[in-house]
Ligand binder design. Structure first.
Ligand code: ATP
Ligand code: LTN
Length: 334
């Protein structure tokens, strides 16, 4: 039998996870775990590229891990772990930084967005994509489920893997992005030209996975809509309603065409009311499981076992990489 293909992805513990994170990434994690060997991590080393409160970082790391499980990731099938529990991420991250060019890092739009207008920009934010490449290459991952905004980082990862293999011999797997067809970029509820983001200071612009049903209803009823009243999918002419239709399609598990047909002749009011109920029905069971997991304290054992599985793979790749590059490897005790 051939080896199962590997999947790896990560989410930052840098605030409340949103419906965008769920639809763009987490939902696919759950789907892929049946058919692939999966590694899903909470990327705390990435989160510290912008300032974090120590107590909040600790709490959010645990919270995101519990959300992974609540969303349906089965720790018996997939390794769920914290990036900093596997020291090889920092080690290969450094190696990938040395292989990255300043010019290519300067072109990364996430860096441009996050550094814009700030006068003290940490160097970690600049080399963030090199660490992300290391995350992926450490596991020789074939597929990386991410939202649309991570495409450019994936391209860089592919370039770095190719560059490494060209310089030092075939060592690293060149990964492919795995991006959802509908929902790769969920937009902000108050402005469909911006992606829904947990770092947006306006809480009405995003739906957090742990928002109460009432908050969800309120946020959706206040969500911006376009002129006119027809429910038609047209991201260019009707970006706001198209975004809401995308959310509907994902939560109800039906196609955009079906959403459009279902609401033909009806106005925004009726559609938004139903949409809120679809989102509540999607998130309520997740929230219930989340509370149970947090109360049970089981997450610590899940993360311990996940890191052990991850470390076993990460150690092998790191050794191969260092050997290929000419590092003198320490000899084992005789
Ligand atoms: P921030 O919003 O604070 O910039 P982020 O949510 O993009 O951060 P992560 O939490 O690390 O950063 O993102 C985790 C995953 O969620 C990534 O795969 C990312 O592409 C995806 N994602 C994030 N926002 C959206 C969105 N609005 N629509 C679809 N996918 C998204
Ligand atoms: N850069 C990603 C988070 C991330 C990631 C990864 C995603 C870090 N390492 C490895 C996929 C694979 C983000 O900002 N959303």
């Amino acid at each position: 039998m051939s080896k199962p293909l590997r999947v790896l992805s990560g989410i930052q513990p840098s605030g409340k996870l949103t419906l965008g994170n769920y639809i763009g990434a987490m939902k696919n994690f759950v789907e892929l775990q049946k058919d692939y060997e999966c590694f899903f991590m909470i990327v705390d080393l990435h989160a510290i590229t912008v300032p974090q409160e120590p107590a909040a970082l600790r709490e959010q790391t645990e919270s995101v891990a519990a959300l992974f499980i609540a969303a349906g990731i089965d720790p018996a099938q997939a390794a769920v772990f914290v990036q900093s529990h596997v020291p090889q991420h920092a080690e290969l991250g450094w190696i990938m930084t040395t292989l990255s060019y300043m010019g290519e890092l300067e072109r990364m739009t996430q860096f441009k967005d996050k550094s814009e207008g700030k006068d003290a920009v940490g160097a970690g934010l600049f080399v963030y994509p090199s660490l992300m490449a290391a995350d992926i290459l450490l596991y020789q991952a074939n597929l990386v489920p991410v939202g649309d905004d991570q495409k450019q980082h994936l391209e860089l990862t592919r370039d770095l893997a190719g560059r490494f293999n060209f310089k030092f011999g075939e060592t690293l797997t060149v990964p492919e992005p795995y991006i959802p067809k509908v929902g790769a970029r969920i937009m902000s509820l108050d402005d469909a030209s911006k992606k829904m983001s947990k770092s947006n200071p306006n809480a009405g612009s995003f739906i957090a996975l742990l928002d109460s049903p009432d908050d969800i209803r309120k946020k959706i009823s206040r969500a911006k809509t376009d002129l006119g009243r027809e429910i038609v999918f047209d991201p260019k002419e009707k970006p706001e309603i198209s975004n809401l239709m995308t959310i509907y399609s994902n939560c109800a598990g039906i196609s955009l065409e079906e959403v459009q047909a279902r609401y033909e002749g009806q106005g925004y009011g009726a559609f938004k009311k139903d949409l809120a109920e679809q989102v509540v029905a999607t998130l309520e069971p997740l929230q219930q499981r989340y509370r149970e997991i947090r109360e049970s304290g089981e997450i610590h054992e899940i993360l311990r076992a996940g890191a052990e599985k991850a470390r076993a793979v990460a150690e092998v790749t790191t050794r191969q990489v260092k050997e290929a590059m000419g590092f003198l490897l320490p000899s084992s005790k005789r």
